[in-house]
Design a protein around this ligand. Structure first.
Ligand code: PLP
Ligand code: ZN
Length: 447
């Protein structure tokens, strides 16, 4: 297997390759991002996606049960004995007309991919199945991550399942309690840094580099390999039909990057005939990708990204002391580490980027809650983004759309309760307070 799989720098001027057994989180040559790359001719690849359906009958095998590893022929960087699973990816693709109507789609067109059903309550578990597998392959003992919350919850869960030491860096104050409680409950060594996510990310990269510890952020190419499986399950849910659009919130841009890689590989392998279009949705208070892609015209350009524009943008953020701000804390990131890979995904999938306000996010989240599944604020961005793209006419009313609901409703109950009790929007469901008195209670029932 080893010569069929390697790591490769995404910078075409460098294109250095490294063994799959190395634990790197940037190209040692030029500092750019690394990909897991396969020489597919040397690997077994099924001749059609329906081949994977046979695994539905063998769910007693825990790798066939896993929503990641039952697609292991499409994530073939490891041998089966290394695969780590805690039962991730038992997710639901729900066709939802009321939410579709809210966003402006015809009946039967909207599907919600509910990643909140993962063991730690977010899509991050898909990636951790991949990254912890790699950590085990390279004999890591201690894993680290920076997190807005869900990464730390997922890392902590997988670390104790694999008996690895784990430390998580969290920006002080900027974490939803549902997520912090998970990291603590799962036993993560939790370090709250006085700063925001971008500060935590900078520090964790330094610490991992200096002390040779294993990094679990989405800079880790093997995490993104696991996250490709979200798209495999979406296709499975659509009986292997490719949707017209996939819409996903964008934070560090790992998910969008993984989706683009999944579709590029499936197309290359002849397993799909066309790729869907991709829409990545930023919050207005953390809109680096939107600004660079839609306003400044930055493109992947075959890997020749205009670094001067990107560097200048970050320079300006530094000079003005800019801090991202959105109540969707999972996407409150202004220096997305996977920017280049996301630009590549947007190129592969003829993508668009939009920004939505916090008000649009919480309204969309409330609609998802009222009519379908419960999600956390960042996930609401995908439905809010769809609504915007419908209003603009970029998405047609009869196109098939998949919105990714990245995390569970109970991750961030404070925002939900505040939205309802303070009547913050048209979907607020204000609780009624009454005297402890039977006639007052009956009156409140409004019968
Ligand atoms: C991590 C996360 C995101 C952002 O995903 P990226 O891959 O970093 O762009 C969005 N929503 C939720 C719930 C998350 O946990
Ligand atoms: Zn390089």
């Amino acid at each position: 297997m080893s010569d069929a799989v390697y790591q490769k720098c995404i910078n075409p001027d460098c294109a250095s390759t490294y063994g799959v057994g190395e634990s790197l989180f940037a190209c040692p040559g030029c500092g750019d991002l690394l990909d897991a790359v396969y020489d597919w001719d040397k690997l077994f690849v099924p001749d059609g996606l329906a081949w994977f359906e046979k695994r539905w009958a063998t769910r007693a095998n825990k790798l066939d049960f896993s929503g990641v590893w039952r697609f292991r022929e499409l994530i073939p960087f490891c041998s089966e004995e290394h695969c780590v699973t805690v039962g991730e990816g038992q997710t639901l693709l729900q066709q939802n007309d009321p939410v579709g109507e809210y966003a402006g789609l015809s009946a039967g067109r909207l599907h919600l991919e509910y990643e909140g059903l993962n063991p730690s309550g977010s899509f991050k578990d898909n990636g951790m199945a991949g990254a912890f597998t790699h950590a085990r392959m390279v004999g890591a003992k201690h894993v680290l991550c920076a997190s807005t919350g869900n990464t730390s919850a997922s890392v902590a869960l997988y670390a104790h399942a694999c008996a690895l030491k784990c430390s998580v860096f969290i920006g002080s104050g900027r974490i939803a309690y549902g997520k912090l409680s998970q990291a603590l409950d799962f036993g993560a060594h939790t370090i709250q840094i006085i700063g925001d996510f971008d500060d935590c990310m900078r520090q964790v990269k330094r610490v991992c580099g200096d002390l040779n510890l294993y990094l679990m952020n989405s800079l880790n190419p093997f995490r993104l390999e696991g996250q490709k499986a979200i798209m495999f399950r979406v296709l499975e849910g659509l009986r292997w039909q490719v949707p017209d659009w996939v819409i996903v919130p964008g934070g560090n841009l790992g998910n969008s990057s993984a989706f683009g890689k999944a579709f590029a590989e499936l197309k290359h392998l002849g397993l799909i005939e066309r790729v869907p279009r991709l829409a990545v949705i930023n919050a207005t208070g953390a809109n680096t990708l939107f600004d660079l892609y839609e306003n400044k015209g930055v493109r992947f350009n075959g890997g020749q990204v205009d670094n001067a524009v990107v560097d200048g943008y970050y320079q300006k953020l530094n000079e003005t002391g800019y801090r991202p701000h959105t109540l969707a804390t999972a996407i409150e990131i202004s220096r997305p580490v996977n920017l280049k890979k996301c630009l590549r995904a947007l190129e592969v999938c003829n993508g668009v980027v939009r920004e939505v306000t916090d008000e649009e996010i919480v309204d969309a989240k409330a609609v998802v809650g009222r009519f379908g599944l419960g999600c956390e604020p960042a996930s609401g961005a995908s439905v809010a983004g769809l609504k915007k793209l419908r209003q603009e006419g970029v998405v047609g009313p009869d196109e098939t759309v998949v919105c990714i609901l990245t995390g569970h409703q109970l991750k961030d109950p404070n925002i939900t309760v505040n939205y309802h009790k303070d009547k913050q929007g048209p979907y607020s469901n204000v609780p009624v307070e009454v005297e402890n008195d039977i006639s007052a209670i009956i009156k409140a029932l409004g019968l």
